[in-house]
Design a binder for this molecule. Structure first.
Ligand SMILES: Cc1ncc(COP(=O)(O)O)c(C=O)c1O
Length: 350
């Protein structure tokens, strides 16, 4: 069947694969709140092993995973250092303050990597009674706002050293950590080993319909389990979802390079079109950020939608295309052709 739209809005639009649907239908389940669901247990064990951590917990969403990690890892009324455009600071409903009661200390960066000296100079040890101390640092990898950029291992290592020296909890919003590991061509453990806690999403490029996971030390995960229940996130026969998650981890993590190749192909195909700008060297994973020189994002996307291609506005003049399992080479060709058409028409009408 011909698709109506080539959908590049996000990797969250991926639908579960046929294999996932079958596994979901046949999943062995139990009451997970009572600790009875064998499929959830298997998924959590698998995640802990893959990330080289003591324990893991399945949560409904990335936002919940990050929020619970901040509550469990931070200290009420203290500061968290995080990147100015990070998802946790900007797009999680203010949960860092609302629920974790942390004070954000955002630091601007060009690519998601906050300056090391700035991190150091922003750590408060609270030697004076009117200054809240720092309890946490959070990084994001890949970095959503910064076009799916990947933080280097050297950088992560340096930040983790600072965190250890200052006894700060280091959390990773690793919603797309497998894209980062694919780009770096390393086992995901090589990234997670520097962090006290990592949240990653099964429901983005890994195609599960729902779900994220938090990994960390046993005690930390026990605390997150308590908090998950108190937030209403205790789920019963949730092995139905964990069955898809197992396929995400076993299979879908291995195919992400296809998405990265397609993102590059899309970027290459549109980079010379008049009226738009694409920074090819920054296309590292599955995001392509497109800057519009004359048209605004809303007009551009409306015209593109009429041609059967969807993407998301990022700012007034910036739009984002994301590649994933539900777009293939034909979708890439179509997107290139339609973007050209929209831009040519706009040049003619000026
Ligand atoms: C970097 C990052 N962190 C966290 C999240 C939150 O995930 P969820 O939508 O499952 O709450 C997202 C979602 O897009 C994200 O891009």
């Amino acid at each position: 069947m011909k698709k109506k739209f080539s959908d590049f809005r996000s990797d969250t639009v991926t639908r579960p694969t046929k294999e996932m649907r079958e596994a979901m239908a046949n999943a062995k389940v139990g009451d997970d709140v009572l600790g009875d669901d064998p499929t959830v247990k298997e998924l959590e064990r698998m995640a802990a092993r893959i990330f080289g951590k003591e324990a893991a917990i399945f949560v409904p969403s990335g936002t919940m995973g990050n929020t619970l990690s901040l509550i469990a890892g931070g200290e009420e009324g203290t500061e968290i250092i995080l990147e100015y455009h990070s998802h946790i600071y900007n797009y999680e409903s203010g949960n860092l303050s609302k629920f974790a009661k942390l004070i954000p200390r955002p630091i601007k960066s060009q690519n998601g990597e906050m300056d090391i000296e700035e991190i150091k100079s922003n750590i408060k040890t609270s030697l004076r009674i009117h200054i809240p101390k720092t309890s946490m640092i959070a990084l994001e990898n890949t970095h959503n706002y910064h076009g799916g950029n990947v933080l280097s291992l050297e950088y992560i290592k340096e930040v983790s050293k600072i965190a250890r020296e200052n006894k700060l909890h280091l959390h990773l919003d690793g919603a797309r950590i497998f894209n980062a590991a694919t780009y770096l061509n390393v086992d995901v453990k090589e990234i997670s080993k520097y962090f006290d806690s990592v949240m990653f999403c099964l429901s983005k490029g890994l195609c599960s319909p729902i779900g994220s996971i938090v990994v960390g030390r046993k005690k930390f995960i026990e605390r997150v389990r308590f908090l998950r229940k108190s937030f209403g996130g205790g789920m019963r026969q949730v092995g139905i979802l964990a069955a898809a998650g197992i396929i995400s981890l076993e299979k879908m993590t291995k195919r992400l390079n296809e998405d990265h190749i397609r993102a590059k192909k899309l970027a290459e195909g549109i980079k010379d079109i008049k009226g738009i700008k694409v920074d090819i060297k920054n296309v590292k994973t599955n995001f392509v950020m497109v800057d519009l020189e004359k048209m605004d994002s809303f007009t551009f996307l409306k015209k593109l939608k009429r041609e059967g291609v969807l993407a998301l506005p990022f700012s007034e003049k910036r739009v984002r295309f994301v590649t994933h399992n539900d777009v293939d080479d034909k979708d890439i060709e179509k997107a290139i052709e339609k973007i050209k058409k929209v831009m040519e028409k706009s040049v003619m009408s000026i």
